[in-house]
Design a protein around this ligand. Structure first.
Ligand code: CBF
Length: 796
């Protein structure tokens, strides 16, 4: 459909009248946003329907990406871009006397995800639609996101993230596609009159799963895929039969993302959430397949189910349940189909990689799934013990020592298992999943993560995008590898000058926002040193904070920093993660001290921007000079902010961890600054004594003392706890061990930043080398190697 400016203006006026019976100037900004979203949605409605019918007609293999979280960011600007209507809408709005930025700013960030896991899922949906891959998201429609972060007296405060308060303009409720999910009760198998074994359920708690679909618009290719989110509701006409407490229990299932799991109730709720979206998703997949197929002979050629991290691992048992109990396939056939359909990605080597459930909780909550996993466990042992021995097999069996172990279930039930960066995959094979790697080496493969260049350049950084278009043409927008062409321009002074101007304008824009929001004035000629990611001890925001104390002490000693710096943080800590919250308090206390000290604050500033999410990242990333990727080697599976920052011309300051290693290979060691122990060194570092470092290293001694001697006001408890974690409890994440090498790396950064010509050359090299980290390519690799689907040209 051709959208002209006149058409858009008329559509907008008409829609305003239809929705609100108002003239445009009378409407609030929020109403103006909802009208705009509704008009834009109309522009892809037909493509959405036609994509579905086309897939059906072609009997295309459908892939379903099951993920406990997605982190899409705002849809409006991205959808307009992908539909190719940005210019028309902007000029149309201008004619109507409206300011796009004010309207777009009213869209809430969807509270459907938290970190890299969810963002990767959303990047994949975007790239798949743009590449013409039939990939569908499957998750939960959380009423509330993780939480809205605020700081009170420097402490993290968690406020409800009521993102659905004014509705969600992009979703379509499909109650006609609802299904029933059974929890609890008793279940047994009974032969029916045809001789089929049927599962008989008794006293179950039934919940209705209602899908809400959101269209995922491909980049200028008329493809619109679907992200399906499930909401828990009471069974129809059930009002009288349920007590208020029971109703609340049903609502709780989809109330909030990642409920606190530090107690039994919270864990139970997470288990229910996981089964809820898995069961609803698989029921709807089988139903869709059944519409056009009489039997299951082709199921594995027509359906792929991707288990994103272990949360959806019950998909293995749920598909078995449906195939056996509802479609009456025998165990062997059902198992064959299931393992061909399922694939699994592991996203972390930390303890949470090995999600487990106490057997009794599991058996009570999802009894039929428990029975099926028992049988999987039994057959796995029976087959593998004679080959691999009892010890190895029990170490990786799905049920052991009273626990149901989801990662092992996911590996055993899938045909493909992948890590998310080369190093991570190697470590999975050699450590966390080593037992299963010995048994099934052929299942393991690597798929390094990627990011969508369209969001992180075209949407987030229009200035840089414009420069790239001017310098190398627009091919990179569809084929990000074409960014390579920028490499030959890294010697071109005019281009570098322009690149510097772009960065400086972006920094000015961020500085204005910081001033308005936080009342902190920052020098835009200072180096913007950025660390934005979840707050976790292994990511070592603390290492960065110690370096800031170091800089502070130097200035107090009368020294001048080589270059003035603005240290920018944004990070949420999980509500029950006490230590992470203490680090937030430390950084905020430092900010308070430094930003208010006139002796220091012309050289050094700290800004901790609250409530980190996609929209905030879109403002920070284009303005970053340095990208801090300083996790302890071997702990960060991949990282993706490293890729976004690189594409925006930031220089990476990194340990050799996760995808940093591949970034180094791509950009060359002259264009990245690395430091710290390697994985091997960490593994062989047997006699670490952090207290010794504290005793003997005068610089570190002095820095650590500021945590406990009152130099930093108002951190008595936090300072002591952090000090103890580093000195007394032997510094689990080797912060002190890497400290000197980090300082050297930071000094190198300062030196490099002094010569802006060289700096922007490095910056340009990073941009030019970033194309290979586009999720478009990652999705192509998943499509070909894991899901076995051809990339179709959407025009055909
Ligand atoms: O693979 C995507 C990202 O996932 C995490 O955020 C996760 O939640 N496990 C990892 O921490 C990241 O390293 C990884 O990039």
């Amino acid at each position: 459909m051709k959208i002209t400016e006149e058409k858009f203006i008329k559509d907008y006026q008409d829609r305003m009248m239809a929705m609100y019976s108002m003239a445009i100037p009378e409407a609030s900004k929020a109403q103006q946003y909802r009208v705009l979203a509704s008009v834009v949605r109309d522009y892809y409605a037909k493509d959405w329907q036609q994509t579905r019918t086309k897939y059906e007609k072609q009997d295309r293999k459908q892939i379903y990406y099951f993920s406990i979280e997605f982190l899409p960011g705002r849809f409006l600007t991205q959808n307009m871009l992908n539909l190719g209507i940005t210019d028309v809408v902007l000029s149309g709005l201008q004619k109507l006397g409206l300011k796009y930025n004010e309207i777009a700013g009213r869209e809430p960030d969807p509270g459907l995800g938290n970190g890299g896991l969810g963002r990767l899922g959303s990047a994949f949906l975007d790239s798949a639609a743009s590449e013409g891959v039939a990939l569908n998201g499957n998750s939960i429609r959380y009423q509330y996101g993780l939480f809205k972060q605020d700081f009170v007296n420097g402490y993290q405060v968690e406020l409800p993230d009521d993102w659905l308060r004014n509705g969600n303009a992009w979703e379509v409720r499909k109650e006609n596609r609802a299904c029933v999910v059974h929890f609890g009760g008793n279940v047994w198998l009974k032969e029916d009159s045809l001789g089929h074994l049927r599962a008989v359920y008794e006293h179950t708690n039934d919940v209705i799963a209602v899908p809400y679909d959101i269209g995922i618009v491909g980049y200028k290719n008329n493809v619109v895929n679907t992200m399906r989110l499930w909401s828990a509701e009471l069974p129809f006409n059930a009002d009288q039969r349920y007590t208020l407490a029971e109703k609340q229990q049903v609502n709780d299932i989809t109330e909030v993302l990642y409920p606190d799991d530090s107690n039994y109730e919270g864990r139970l709720l997470r288990l229910k959430q996981e089964y809820f979206f898995v069961s609803a998703g698989i029921q709807s997949i089988v139903r869709a397949y059944r519409k056009t197929h009489r039997n299951f002979n082709e199921f594995s050629q027509k359906v792929g189910i991707h288990i994103n991290d272990t949360h959806p691992a019950m998909a293995v048992a749920e598909l078995m349940r449906i195939l056996m109990d509802e479609e009456f396939l025998g165990w062997d056939r059902a198992w064959n189909i299931t393992t061909q359909v399922m694939s699994y990605t592991n996203h972390t080597l930390l303890a949470e990689a090995l999600e487990t459930w106490p057997e009794d909780m599991f058996a009570k909550t999802v009894p039929r799934i428990y029975q099926i996993i028992q049988e999987i466990d039994h057959r796995f042992r029976q087959k593998m013990v004679p080959i691999h021995g009892a010890e190895l097999v029990s170490s990786v069996a799905p049920i052991q020592d009273g626990q149901v172990r989801m990662a092992y279930l996911a590996v055993i039930g899938s045909h493909s298992v992948n890590g998310v960066a080369k190093l991570h995959t190697e470590l999975l094979q050699s450590s966390v999943l080593n037992g299963l790697y010995q048994i099934y080496p052929e299942k393991f493969n690597n798929k390094t993560n990627g990011v969508t260049m369209r969001r992180w350049l075209l949407v987030a950084n229009p200035r840089l995008s414009h420069l790239l278009n001017e310098a190398i043409g627009t091919d990179w927008q569809r084929h990000p590898d074409a960014l390579r062409a920028f490499k030959v321009l890294t010697q071109d002074k005019t281009i570098l000058q322009k690149l510097g101007d772009v960065k400086h304008k972006n920094k000015r824009e961020l500085a204005t926002q910081i001033q308005e929001q936080l009342g902190i004035k920052v020098n835009t000629h200072a180096l913007f040193d950025v660390q934005i990611k979840r707050l976790h001890a292994y990511k070592r925001q603390l290492l960065h904070a110690l370096y800031i104390i170091d800089e502070y002490l130097q200035i107090k000693d009368g020294k001048k920093l080589t270059v003035p710096r603005v240290h920018i943080f944004a990070a949420k800590a999980a509500p029950s993660y006490y230590y992470a919250k203490e680090i937030i308090k430390l950084i905020n206390a430092l900010a308070d001290l430094i930003n208010h000290d006139p002796e220091v604050n012309n050289q050094l500033k700290i800004v901790f921007i609250p409530n980190y999410g996609v929209s905030i990242a879109e403002k920070i990333i284009p303005a970053a000079d340095v990208s801090e990727q300083i996790s302890l080697a071997g702990k960060e599976a991949s990282g993706t902010s490293n890729m976004k920052l690189m594409a925006n011309g930031a220089i990476t300051l990194a340990t050799l961890d996760g995808a940093n290693i591949e970034i180094k290979d791509a950009v060359g060691s002259d264009n990245i600054v690395t430091f710290g122990m390697t994985v091997d060194e960490v593994e062989n570092f047997n006699f670490y004594q952090s207290a010794q470092i504290y005793k003997t290293n005068a610089r570190i001694h002095r820095i650590l003392d500021t945590l406990v001697d009152g130099t930093i006001p108002d951190i008595t408890t936090e300072g002591r706890d952090i000090f103890n974690s580093l000195v007394q409890y032997n510094d689990q994440y080797f912060v002190l061990a890497d400290y000197d090498s980090y300082v050297q790396a930071q000094e190198k950064i300062s030196q490099l930043y002094q010569d802006r010509y060289d700096w922007y050359q490095m910056s340009a090299q990073n941009i030019a080398a970033s194309g290979r980290f586009a999720s478009d390519y990652t999705i192509q690799r998943y499509a070909e190697d894991i899901w076995h689907v051809k990339i179709e040209d959407p025009a055909e």
